[in-house]
Design a protein around this ligand. Structure first.
Ligand SMILES: C[S@@+](CC[C@H](N)C(=O)[O-])C[C@H]1O[C@@H](n2cnc3c(N)ncnc32)[C@H](O)[C@@H]1O
Length: 225
């Protein structure tokens, strides 16, 4: 485990209660107004009988999908977040980090949607992306929603690199800042292509007032062969 990976995990242990409240009380405007609906709409665009929510957090997406008739499995490295998810139900939830998910092979079964909703935070995600190809049923899709590189760049240089989320905009309850790896749009697309994924659709869900993109939402299919 790298130092960055350890700090990311520590953050989601320490901030689990604060994050659960922020999500469940709909305190994050971009989620409330734009990105929650965007990922649900992207999932609803095709078959979604079985969905794997990778880095599911406190489980809101599985609960929303269960209400729409999907069978959901949520995995996350943070045990307190998985405990929060289990408390409200909506699917099967397991404490599992991405390395364990790669190792788990077919234990969780096959899915027609794999979703990573703001959950790919590390620099070294190519092995996970490669392994996910084997978890899909024929015709299945991978959906990745992440911060939009052009909005998230801020005043820093537009180049790949580590950044620090202090959660300052989330109220004062978050005790542990989180490193996260910034990728340019070019870098995202190159990484996904190199990991065996073909881009089928790129969406830029926008804020209704400012018109600025709130996220980058990628729909991917495995490259044949
Ligand atoms: C910003 S939260 C998003 C949670 C959820 N997808 C949502 O939309 O509310 C990022 C999540 O990714 C999880 N995560 C980050 N790195 C992980 C890893 N290596 N293995 C498993 N989960 C990880 C964190 O524990 C956290 O729950």
């Amino acid at each position: 485990m790298t130092d960055h990976d350890a700090r990311i995990r520590h953050s989601w242990q320490a901030n689990a209660d604060a994050w659960t409240r922020a999500v469940r009380e709909q305190r994050i405007e971009s989620r409330r107004l734009v990105t929650d609906a965007a990922i649900l709409s992207a999932i609803a665009d095709g078959p979604a009988r079985r969905v794997l929510d990778i880095g599911c957090g406190e489980g809101w997406l599985c609960r929303a999908l269960a209400e729409r008739g999907s069978e959901c499995v949520g995995v996350d490295a943070s045990s307190p977040l998985i405990d929060s998810a289990k408390a409200l139900g909506g699917g099967r939830f397991e404490v599992m980090d991405y390395a364990a998910l790669i190792e788990s092979g077919n234990r969780l079964g096959q899915f027609d949607v794999l979703v990573c909703n703001f959950a790919l935070l590390d620099d070294y995600i190519a092995p996970l992306l490669g392994a996910l190809r084997d978890r899909l049923d024929p015709g299945g899709r991978l959906l990745i929603q992440t911060v939009h590189p052009w909005s998230a760049c801020g005043d820093e240089p537009y180049t790949d690199g580590w950044r620090l989320e202090t959660f300052a905009g989330f109220g004062g309850e978050f005790s542990s800042p989180m490193p996260w790896f910034f990728r340019t749009l070019e870098s995202w697309l190159a990484l996904l292509a190199a990991s065996g994924w073909r881009l089928r659709q790129l969406r830029e869900p926008r804020h209704p007032d400012t018109g600025q993109p709130c996220s980058l939402l990628l729909e991917l299919h495995p490259v044949a062969g």
